[in-house]
Each structure stands twice: as structure tokens, then as C-alpha cells.
Design a protein around this ligand. Structure first.
Ligand code: NI
Length: 182
């Protein structure tokens, strides 16, 4: 397993529609393991493949995972997720690993049913309520190139955007220089 760098918004790769996973093979299973490890290390509860620069329709969620440790429950790995029922409404204060240290209120469906393919290539269905419903919609939005900041007012989004550009510039400055053997 290896952690992968989580992209910070704004980034072109976070704004694209992802492509379906055609074959659930060992590469996809390795990607799922890397995504989970990256998510736990960043203290997140969900991560979508485009957040690690892979434009494929795959997300991982572990709502109990905290402080860099898995919950003990098997985490959800959803490949090619499709919503087939959505009901009700709830407003949650959301954050995102690609928008560090920022939150914003987003109104979403309170309950949703999602069909997906699992890591064995088998069809599965999950029903989410409350935070689980929010997480499913938030992560699947990433596959459409959409982030929670897209639900905020242009003014709030721009404030966050400026802070993220500053953060990215700081990270670039602090990035270790790659050694090249020539
Ligand atoms: Ni996110």
C-alpha cells in the first residue's frame, strides 16, 4: 500500500467527469487500497479517485474511520456508483480533503440508494441516511467534477479559492527538490 498525494482545489483534474471502470482488476484493487490509506492518513471519511488524480468512477467511504485508523467495519468501496432513489432533504456542514480546513453548508437528499460494483466485480446496493447519505452524494459529485464549494455563494467560493491558491503556493515552495540522476 502507498499513500497518494491528494489534489487541492482548484485543479483541472477535480473539475472533470470521470470515466467508468471497465474491469475490476488488480490495478483497481491496488488503487482502492491506496485511496483508503490516503484517506485514513488525512483523517477523512471519504475520498474519490479524481482526488488522487485518477479520473475513474470509484470512491471509498469509512464514516467511523478517525485519527488515521480504520473503523474495524469494512470500509465501502464503490465502483461505478449510480443513484437510483433519493428522498428528503438535509443540510450538513461539509468539508473536503481537497479543500483543507474549510467548511460550507450544503443541502442534499436525506436518504439515498446507490447501486455499485464491488472489488470482486459483483453488483451491490447500499442505502445511506444522514451523514452516510451526505457522504455518498459528496463523493459521487467528485466523479462529475463537482465539489461542495460549487454549492456555495460565489462570494464564499472565491474567498475559499484565494485561500487554497495561497496554500498551494506554500506547498509548492516547501516541496522537496526531486533528485535527478543524469
Ligand atoms: Ni470531497
Amino acid at each position: 500500500m502507498a499513500t497518494r498525494e491528494i489534489l487541492i482545489w482548484p485543479d483541472k483534474r477535480l473539475a472533470q467527469k470521470c470515466v467508468a471502470v471497465a474491469d475490476v482488476n488488480d490495478d483497481i484493487r491496488a488503487l482502492a487500497r491506496d485511496m483508503l490509506e490516503s484517506m485514513y492518513q488525512a483523517n477523512g471519511v471519504g475520498l474519490a479517485a479524481p482526488q488522487v488524480g485518477v479520473l475513474k468512477r470509484m470512491v471509498v467511504i469509512d464514516l467511523q474511520g478517525r485519527d488515521g485508523a480504520p473503523s474495524g467495519e469494512p470500509p465501502l468501496v464503490l465502483i461505478n456508483p449510480v443513484f437510483n432513489d433519493m428522498q428528503g432533504e438535509l443540510t450538513w456542514e461539509e468539508g473536503c480533503l481537497s479543500v483543507p480546513n474549510e467548511v460550507g453548508q450544503v443541502t442534499r437528499y436525506a436518504r439515498c440508494v446507490v447501486d455499485y460494483t464491488d472489488l470482486d466485480g459483483k453488483p451491490q446496493r447500499v442505502t445511506g441516511e444522514g451523514l452516510a447519505s451526505v457522504a455518498l452524494q459528496h463523493e459521487c459529485d467528485h466523479l462529475e467534477g463537482k465539489l461542495f464549494v460549487d454549492y456555495l455563494s460565489p462570494i464564499k467560493r472565491n474567498v475559499i479559492r484565494r485561500r487554497m491558491l495561497k496554500l498551494k503556493a506554500e506547498r509548492e515552495r516547501n516541496r522537496p527538490v526531486q533528485a535527478a540522476a543524469l
